[in-house]
Design a protein around this ligand. Structure first.
Ligand SMILES: [Zn+2]
Length: 646
């Protein structure tokens, strides 16, 4: 996206401002001496002329997999252009994208112009320069955008399992290790499965529209190698209202199926149509279009072989208390397409061992969290959902089904409720779900021992503002912040673990973690209460509709401290942060997940490890190495030796 404003060209040479750095661009004959050059990212106001914004999608600095499919769209905003001319590497775009039949529109009457090429590809690796000249009232506005087209080298991995704990920042991992393994005299009594991976890197999380990401946007970067916008997945945002027509980019499930006939699977404890899993198969500007996403899962080309999680309502018609698209019974349609279907843990265990296609929908909404599902089994929380499988169980069953495909598989496993419990600042439930997540990684690690051509990647999509302040030992009648032990008073926690399954015997113990939060609505905190059921931090203010105040139920002791809000009163839960998150990897290709990586680089690490090459008839790259450029940090190739030689 760039802001383009008139800019004099005294010497007849057009100047282009790109990210604040002036550079020269010698343009074609279409531009006359009176041409006006767009300022790319640096707006310059002018009273006499309209501010014309030229946008190219994919955006400037996008990396594109050679032979992958994407929609190319140019939008001119601020005025209705008389003409939009586009060249790609100096060639007319219609010629460059031969046979693509561009559609020209004026979406906002009198104020915009668009050109859209659907389903195009670029075969030649290397830089691609897109130049757009928009003519408005006789004046030309120019902007250029550069993409890098990359072709992968031969890959070493046959299978990829990507684990995402939604919202799992470093403090969540630390808390999980303390609670699950224990710590004595400063040394951990054991490590998590995710701690025992060969490589560990750091992932940046921002989308292209905003500093702080949501799960759609972030998973989309992992799934497609392209950044997106908050609430968007598999798309670049366009200027139309329809949330399903935005320019698309191909995702890893589509690529794995189309080019390699690999098996693919999605497993989550959230609605299986929720942002994180949906980004791996679907395309929409609005993540709330979950009925649309569910119907996408049934379409050829996007259809994962294994789909397991919550959210059955999006697959069922009204007559079965569902809210599916066009009132379809998608469960019946999946069954007709050869899927074994399960609605409970018992039914999942009863699916035939030979079943390679599975649809498991174990809750109408998000699945219950481990603490309620397996520890307290609180009937008030579970309702009729008393027989839900665990994440390790679903992971194991998914791997069994997918591993039968001779072409290998791609599986994404999400612990969705780590995020969904961090939002209401319930660190106990979040950590229990993260222990469950780590146990699911253990299942994959055991598979990997027997199948060493399997790459396992573990990451989060963003972090939360959770922080371990110290520990908490209520004493002398003190409670809340007064009882937090800081520095030398932060005694080691006293969780016990008799079961040997990674979970503590109880979350309530003499010395527990003191957890603080940086960005939250008003809430009450008394430090140690573990609520009998999941509880939001705030309630709607009866005085001012649409604003939120602390819920005294959060401190049933009556001694809670009221924590003043640090976000607008309209926000009713703790919010995501812009923090970097960790990535851990083990197996062939794991070295790609090291050092500082952009969130889009996770996609590149996956396709590089598999050697996915849409240009080869069998989808396997015959090339010795990555060509066209490199992903990772171009400014510091030395930090990541395998990217050093483009
Ligand atoms: Zn979230």
């Amino acid at each position: 996206m760039s802001e383009s404003t008139p800019f004099p060209t005294p010497d007849g040479v057009l100047r282009q401002r790109s990210r604040g750095i002036a550079r020269r661009a010698v343009l074609g004959t279409a531009v006359t001496a009176s041409a006006i050059v767009a300022t790319h990212g640096v707006p310059e106001a002018s009273a006499q002329t309209a501010t014309v914004v030229i946008k190219a999608l994919p955006i400037d600095r996008a990396n594109i997999l050679a032979g992958s499919r994407f929609d190319f769209r140019v939008e001119v905003a601020g005025a209705q252009p008389d003409r939009i001319e586009i060249t790609v590497n100096g060639q007319d775009a219609d010629t460059f994208f031969k046979g693509a039949n561009p559609v020209r529109t004026n979406e906002i009457a009198g104020k915009s112009g668009e050109v859209t090429y659907r389903n195009v590809t670029v075969a030649n690796p290397g830089p691609v320069a897109v130049q757009v000249i928009a003519t408005v009232a006789g004046r030309s506005y120019v902007d250029t955008f550069t993409w890098t087209v990359l072709r992968m080298g031969a890959g070493q991995a046959r299978n990829v399992i990507l684990f995402i704990a939604d919202g799992m920042g470093y403090p969540t991992i630390t808390a999980t290790r303390i609670v699950s393994r224990g710590i004595t005299e400063g040394k951990y009594d054991g490590f998590l499965n995710m701690d025992r991976m060969e490589y560990r890197g750091t992932v940046t999380t921002s989308g292209y529209d905003a500093l702080v990401t949501d799960s759609a946007n972030s998973a989309s970067a992992y799934a497609t190698g392209h950044k997106s916008v908050v609430n968007g997945m598999g798309i670049y945002e366009d200027n139309t209202k329809d949330p399903t027509d935005d320019p698309r980019v191909e995702n890893i499930i589509e690529l794995a199926k189309r080019t390699r006939r690999m098996a693919t699977g999605l497993v989550s404890t959230a609605d299986i149509t929720d942002a994180t899993p949906a980004a791996f198969a679907a395309h929409t500007r609005r993540r709330s279009e979950q009925a649309f996403v569910a119907s996408t899962y049934l379409e050829d080309g996007h259809r994962p072989d294994v789909i397991m999680g919550g959210g059955s309502r999006w697959f069922l018609p009204k007559a079965q208390q569902g809210a599916s698209a066009d009132d379809r019974d998608l469960v019946a349609e999946f069954r007709a397409a050869g899927y074994a279907v399960a609605a409970t843990r018992t039914e999942l265990r009863g699916t035939p061992a030979s079943a390679t296609k599975l649809l498991g929908l174990f809750h109408t909404g998000n699945m219950s969290v481990w603490y309620d599902r397996e520890e307290t089994k609180n009937p008030n929380v579970l309702g009729k959902f008393t027989d839900q499988p665990s994440l390790p169980e679903m992971t194991g069953r998914a791997i069994d089904a997918l591993a039968t495909n001779p072409n290998g598989f791609f599986l994404m496993v999400e612990a969705g409720s780590v995020d969904k419990q961090l939002h209401p600042m319930d660190w106990v439930r979040a950590v229990y779900d993260n222990i469950e997540f780590d146990n699911a990684i253990g299942v994959a690690r055991r598979f990997q021992e027997k199948n060493p051509d399997t790459l396992i990647i573990v990451t989060a999509d963003h972090s939360h503002a959770m922080s371990i302040t110290g520990t908490y030992t209520p004493y002398e009648g003190k409670i809340g912040p007064d009882a937090v032990g800081t520095y030398e008073q932060s005694a080691f926690p006293t969780f016990t673990r008799k079961r040997g399954d990674g979970f503590p015997d109880s979350p309530s113990t003499k010395t527990t973690l003191a957890v603080g939060w940086a960005n939250h609505p008003e809430y009450y905190d008394d430090g140690t209460t573990v609520w009998a059921e999941p509880l939001g931090p705030s309630i709607e203010d009866p005085q001012v509709k649409g604003t939120y105040i602390g819920d005294p139920k959060r401190a049933p002791s009556g001694k809670g401290v009221l924590m003043p809000r640090t976000v607008p009163a309209s926000v009713n839960s703790e919010v995501h942060t812009a923090d970097d998150v960790p990535v851990m990897a083990s197996g062939p290709g794991s070295e790609f997940f090291n050092g500082l990586v952009d969130n889009t680089d996770l996609f590149w690490g996956i396709v590089a490890s598999l050697g996915i090459d849409p240009l080869s008839p069998n989808g396997r790259s015959p090339m010795g190495k990555i060509t066209g450029g490199r992903f990772g940090d171009p400014a510091n190739p030395a930090s990541r030796p395998h990217f050093a030689k483009p």
